[in-house]
Design a protein around this ligand. Structure first.
Ligand SMILES: Nc1ncnc2c1ncn2[C@@H]1O[C@H](COP(=O)(O)OP(=O)(O)OP(=O)(O)O)[C@@H](O)[C@H]1O
Ligand SMILES: [Mg+2]
Length: 550
């Protein structure tokens, strides 16, 4: 039995104290402690305790009569703890007699708090002294319990973060892993919902990419302007936001709540950025219970956002790589098909003509030797053409001259050969004098576009003249391929690309894009075709700088 040593009018057992000290949380400890005081110290009928621990503010009260509650509220508002635990009731005076206010400090002044008691009669000095000691013990242990809880919460969060990081780095199923991440984020932050929105730079919108919410299905297709709502504000400014009162926050937009039926009570939203570039935002909504999101939540969510942003970037790079690989494979396949077709249509045809002519010559040798010289000349002509067309093919596959002497020389060699081989079409080349030196990949790309344009003209146009021109203006250089053939309806061709399976024109546009050039195709049925590639010097300078840094 413990008592104040002065009277036995109140006392409590060690057992009572054990119940107090074994409480689950700081609040529970204060509540049990306060109830015990009220029960064992008869003049005290009610009371309120306020305590600022190292991680949060605790408050409990009990036994205060209803008509005195506003006094307690006024006392609570007047109390503003400071780091040093100083007194803070200068601007508030309690009505005398029925109230006793006491400081509530742990021994080492680590925490600050106040106690207010509602009493039937004034307390003796001994009782006051005893209460002060007891309040110190309560403050001390409440702080220890809270610190422990905070440490446990922190280590649980670290474990969660570790799980998330591992999941994010180990998988390439980005959508799946980010949905899982949203679920873990909501758990770690003790929130009702979590979602990740990505920016769509083409439309200046933010769209939901991963969602953990009961209203998920209603949010999947929702898009917001990238400056709309708190998510928009965070995306624009790059600053994290904790908002406890969205209804009165001018940045908040009702749109998403209206669409989803969700009621947002509070929000924590952080930006997603990689290498200084903002790609979206991450938000958690509605902290469970009456609490709001803390600075600690904010830091955790920011760490998580950094991990998620890297995972998104990696997945995007991987996706680009895959697309690039598919594109290269497609181009290789096209080249192979084109090669087989050209070999079949030219070299193989010519060789089989040669074989037939040789066998005819053998017969002539026996039956009409006077016709043999003509036949031999025919064979020589066929062999000559077979050689030229094979050389042309080799040149098209790898125009060495392009690498050694540049675009102008390559075009000269190419056009000259085509003109030599062709029977129906005249090939003309106009080169401007001051054609600039081009980085190798730029020259190769331009050459490949010209090749496709000429092949199309040969295959489809039945032109009498095909002209290739380079023009140098003050702003940049242009390459033109013109034919006077039958022309075509560009719109129709573009509309039927899905079914035609041809890629020539698409490849031309893609290649031009790669070197920041613009490509224009003009064609009209019966009036020939004109293809123009414009490469501004501005782009060329950039391409040169890139080539030098490679
Ligand atoms: N110079 C041209 N004159 C007339 N028609 C053309 C010309 N260039 C293209 N076309 C028309 O446009 C269509 C699409 O051209 P594209 O180069 O994309 O495909 P393709 O040449 O048919 O096949 P691929 O280039 O994939 O081997 C051609 O099929 C042809 O009808
Ligand atoms: Mg083509």
């Amino acid at each position: 039995m413990l008592n104040t040593g002065h009277s036995d009018s109140f006392a409590f057992t060690l057992e009572d104290l054990r119940w107090v000290l074994e409480a689950e949380s700081g609040t529970a400890l204060l509540q049990t402690g306060l109830d015990m005081i009220i029960q064992t110290v008869p003049p005290i009928m009610g009371g309120a305790l306020l305590l600022q621990t190292s991680s949060r503010q605790l408050q409990v009260q009990s036994g205060i009569p209803a008509d005195a509650l506003d006094i307690v509220e006024a006392w609570k508002t007047a109390w503003r703890p400071s780091q040093q635990g100083e007194e803070h009731e200068a601007d508030f005076t309690l009505p005398p007699d029925q109230w006793v206010a006491l400081p509530m400090q742990s021994y080492r002044h680590l925490v600050a708090g106040r106690a207010l008691f509602y009493v039937q009669e004034p307390l003796t000095q001994e009782v006051l002294h005893f209460l002060q000691n007891l309040l110190s013990i309560l403050a001390h242990y409440a702080n220890i319990i809270e610190e422990n809880r905070a440490a446990r919460r922190y280590s649980q969060r670290l474990e969660l973060l570790f799980d998330i990081t591992r999941a994010l780095t180990e998988t390439l199923d980005l959508q799946g892993v980010l949905s899982y991440t949203m679920q873990l984020a909501a758990t770690a932050m003790d929130a009702e919902a979590a979602s990740l929105l990505l920016a769509d730079p083409k439309t200046n919108e933010l769209y939901f990419y991963a969602i953990h919410s009961t209203q998920r299905d209603r949010l999947v297709n929702v898009r917001l302007q990238n400056n709309q709502g708190i998510v928009g504000w965070v995306y624009q400014t790059g600053e994290a936001v904790i908002c406890d009162d969205p209804a009165n926050d001018p940045r908040f937009s009702q749109v998403v709540d209206e669409r989803s039926g969700f009621v947002t009570r509070n929000i924590l939203c952080v930006p997603l950025q990689v290498k200084g570039k903002r790609i979206g935002v991450l938000e958690v909504l509605n902290k469970h219970g009456d609490e709001s999101f803390t600075e600690e939540d904010k830091h955790l969510l920011m760490t998580l956002a950094a991990e998620a942003a890297i995972a998104i970037e990696n997945a995007r790079l991987y996706q680009n790589l895959r697309e690039e690989r598919d594109r290269i494979m497609r181009i290789q396949e096209d080249v192979r098909r084109e090669l087989a077709r050209t070999l079949h249509d030219t070299t193989v045809q010519l060789l089989s003509s040669i074989v037939m002519s040789v066998s005819h010559a053998q017969k002539l040798y026996e039956r009409a030797p006077e016709l043999l010289p003509d036949e031999l000349r025919n064979i020589e002509d066929l062999a000559q053409r077979a050689m030229l067309s094979t050389r042309q093919l080799l040149f098209e596959l790898r125009p060495v001259v392009l690498e050694t002497r540049g675009l102008g020389a390559a075009l000269e060699a190419y056009i000259q050969r085509l003109d030599e081989i062709s029977r129906q079409t005249r090939f003309i080349l106009d080169l401007c004098e001051d054609l600039p030196d081009l980085p190798p990949h730029v020259a190769q790309t331009l050459f490949a576009i010209v090749q496709e344009a000429i092949n199309n003209a040969i295959k489809h146009a039945q032109a009498s003249t095909i002209r290739v021109k380079t023009v140098c203006t003050d702003e940049g250089m242009e390459v033109l391929v013109e034919d006077d053939g039958k022309g075509f309806d560009l719109k129709k061709v573009q509309q039927s690309y899905d079914v035609s399976g041809s890629l020539g024109l698409i490849n031309m546009y893609e290649r031009a894009n790669l070197i920041e050039a613009s490509l224009t195709i003009e064609s009209e049925v019966g009036k020939g075709t004109r293809i123009q590639i414009v490469l501004p010097y501005e782009s060329l300078d950039r391409l040169r700088a890139i080539a030098e840094n490679r």
